[in-house]
Design a protein around this ligand. Structure first.
Ligand code: HEM
Ligand code: HEM
Length: 461
């Protein structure tokens, strides 16, 4: 070793500086080993010493949880940098972003990284949620980690939503106007809720200041608390689910291997590829910035951010009470209770629960694809409830009735799966989940690409 047996008085300048930070580092190989052990044991505070070899399989996690951690890290670093240049007041917010992009060294790149990481995080967390669901990793003992995950999902949504307003351009102003406007439809508390979030009757200085505080302090603080809790729960559940075929014994964990280097090297590789990807995208594609917000001139069509497009589309088909309150709230509550249902089988670690579960999921995809687009088109061009049922309040004709019809369809589909497919409740619930997921994806795609002027249905291009 180069520094072996050197005493401090014989070190050069660089070595003396190094020595002032890490005293004793130069005292030979044995010491080095000791320091490495210390560093490793620090790492192992967050990780078990060994992990089952089978959980290292990329196709179990797809690296998604780790990617979410890396993206949150990138968002915190770039977000803190943006705070140096950004002014959260309507008169200056837009100008501060233009200034950041045009005059601050690497300002545009940092904004782009923040923008793309925020959007990528939403996608990655959604995919992580799907992988946890489809590998049955929400079943005991992991129920509460599912709940924590859902709360973090809502926080990430909130983070993207509050960040969206900050550039104070036309896109931001009108998208947030549309979204906060949706709240007004909630009976009783809607107007008050909208007022509380916007800080007044309209989107203005108070809204920007509220959103800025929530975006840069409240949500980051919540994430900083919940993320370690989430990881701790993974450890308390004795690690990840073990990927297996339906016939394999869930108790058989197989061989274990050392976390360092087996797991760490894989995590570093995923992180490196992800960071490189975000960098390339951030160099090639700029975060959008339209003209400065003009409260007097609304663009046509005015669309919500892409992650709320499904909700905006739903609003075109259902009475607002159902579209913005009952359907989303029932869905979220159902997701929170999902791990607490009594299931027929322990499917943790088996992708899609079983072979039959996989087939039932494919049927659900096909049914979703066959039903949703025609339903959207029929509602646009053929169905006219107001004309068909004059005198009946819209909340019934356009809310209760179609919602009851949809619910009957879902229950019927569940029954069909159980009866004709002989599915157990794991498989049948999964099939319903896939059906709703398909409908949600199609609604989102329709709003983003197939809605034009006045939100009329149109062919893109
Ligand atoms: C989960 C974490 C976060 C997410 C998902 C997120 C997302 C976003 C998004 C989507 C924007 C709009 C970017 C654009 O298109 O212009 C934004 C802007 C901004 N964010 Fe974040 N962010 C996060 C964390 C943070 C943190 C921790 C800070 C600072 C402490 C921060 C500070 C800012 C600032 C100052 C802006 C305005 C600059 C701009 O719009 O370019 N963000 N954020
Ligand atoms: C900011 C958001 C999130 C972060 C940073 C995060 C991070 C992680 C990480 C690093 C793991 C271990 C590795 C892996 O499974 O990929 C994990 C596992 C887990 N996550 Fe998340 N997660 C987030 C959101 C969610 C969501 C939305 C859910 C579900 C609703 C969820 C539920 C779980 C569960 C149940 C596990 C244990 C999986 C198993 O045992 O196989 N997480 N999470």
């Amino acid at each position: 070793m180069p520094f072996e047996n050197l005493t401090p008085d014989r070190l050069n300048l660089f070595q003396r500086i190094w020595y002032s930070i890490f005293p004793g580092t130069y005292y030979g190989n044995a010491d080095r080993q000791r320091y490495r052990r210390l560093f490793n044991s620090l790492l192992l505070h967050f990780r078990p010493k060994t992990v089952p070899r089978r959980t290292l399989k990329f196709t179990l996690t797809w690296g998604l949880g780790g990617m979410a951690v890396v993206l949150v890290g990138m968002l915190f670093v770039t977000g803190l940098m943006l705070k140096f240049a950004y002014q959260p007041v309507p008169d200056q917010a837009y100008a501060s972003i233009v200034n950041l992009q045009n005059t601050v060294l690497f300002g545009r790149l940092i904004r782009n990284i923040h923008h793309w990481s925020g959007n990528a995080l939403l996608l990655v967390v959604f995919l992580h949620f799907l992988r946890v669901f489809f590998t049955g990793a929400f079943q005991p003992p992991r129920q509460f980690n599912w709940v924590l995950g859902l709360v973090m999902f809502l926080l990430v949504l909130g983070s993207n939503f509050t960040g969206y307003l900050l550039p104070w351009d036309q896109l931001a102003f009108w998208a947030i106007t549309i979204c906060t406007g949706m709240l007004e439809y909630i009976p009783g508390i809607g107007v008050g809720l909208k007022k509380m979030i916007s800080g007044g009757n309209e989107i203005g200085p108070a809204t920007l200041s509220n959103f800025f505080a929530v975006h840069t302090a409240v949500i980051p603080a919540c994430l900083l608390i919940l993320m370690p809790f989430h990881f701790w729960r993974v450890r308390k559940s004795k690690g990840l689910v073990i990927p297996r075929s339906p016939q394999q014994d869930p108790a058989d964990k197989g061989e274990s291997v050392a976390t360092i280097p087996n797991l760490i090297i894989r995590e570093l590789a995923v992180a490196a590829v992800l960071i490189a990807l975000i960098m390339v995208v951030s160099v090639l594609f700029n975060a959008p910035l339209e003209a400065k917000a003009n409260p007097g001139l609304s663009p046509n069509p005015t669309k919500a951010p892409w992650y709320f497009a499904g909700l905006q589309e739903l609003l075109l088909h259902f009475h607002p009470l159902f579209a913005v309150l009952l359907i989303p709230v029932v869905t979220i509550v159902a997701l929170f209770f999902l791990p607490y249902i009594r299931y027929d089988a322990d499917t943790a670690g088996v992708w899609f629960a079983s072979l039959r579960g996989r087939r039932a999921a494919i049927v659900a995809v096909v049914v979703g694809l066959i039903i949703t687009p025609p339903a959207i088109i029929a509602d646009e061009f053929i169905i006219d409830v107001a004309a068909w049922m004059p005198g009946v309040p819209a909340v019934i004709s356009n809310g209760l009735l179609p919602a009851a019809l949809a619910l009957a369809g879902i229950i019927g589909f569940y029954g069909l799966m159980k009866r004709y497919y002989a599915a157990n409740n794991n498989e049948a619930i999964q099939a319903v989940f896939v059906l709703l997921l398909m409908a949600f994806i199609i609604l989102t795609i329709t709003c983003i690409w197939f809605r034009g002027s006045g939100m009329a249905l149109m062919w893109p291009g």
